[in-house]
Design a protein. Structure first.
Length: 179
């Protein structure tokens, strides 16, 4: 798969279904604060309860409902992803969270909850990528709401095995300091 001795690396590969995994990867103390869809009418924008705030127009769960003709469920597994990488001539994929997970991580205003979300996401990314070592790597996330927690999670994610850091470029809706 390498081209002229150079590996082909996909740096824009996103997970699907990572938010659903937080149920298994977040600490018990934070489970009651997991994001959850709020009821809306057909003509209303979607709403998600995140901590003590409501995100309007959120896309929680959007990727599974949309474009489902583009993939089969087995394509979303680590083994299916590598199978497709082989078909595309990709040696390594560096995984990032999907956009809804990033939106939620940086929308929450409680620094403790943001740190718990970051840990849950990094735990899942590590679990997922570890099933295909050498082929799947991952970019960790940090809670930008608290510099001390951000540094702590940066070190923890690196110890888990993250190879990069994913910071969503957004100027609107940011809470807390930007590192």
């Amino acid at each position: 798969m390498a081209i002229d001795g150079m590996k082909v690396v996909d740096l824009d590969s996103h997970l699907v279904g990572d938010l659903e995994s937080w149920e298994q990867t977040i600490e018990e103390k934070w489970k009651p604060f997991l994001p959850r869809k709020l009821p809306t009418k057909d003509d209303e924008r979607k709403k998600t309860l995140i901590g003590n705030r409501i995100m309007v127009g959120s896309e929680l769960g959007r990727h599974k409902a949309e474009k489902n003709e583009w993939f089969k469920p087995e394509d979303l597994t680590p083994q299916g992803r590598v199978r497709n990488m082989n078909l595309d001539g990709i040696d390594v994929a560096v995984l990032s969270p999907n956009s809804p997970a990033l939106d939620i991580l940086w929308f929450v205003d409680d620094p403790g909850l943001a740190a718990a979300y970051a840990r849950a996401q990094n735990n899942y990314m590590n679990y997922y990528a570890s099933q295909q070592p050498g082929r799947l790597m991952w970019a960790g996330v940090i809670p930008l709401q608290d510099p001390k927690e951000a540094i702590k999670e940066l070190h923890r994610s690196r110890e888990l095995g993250s190879k990069a850091l994913n910071v969503k470029a957004t100027g609107q809706g940011m809470v807390g300091p930007v590192l």
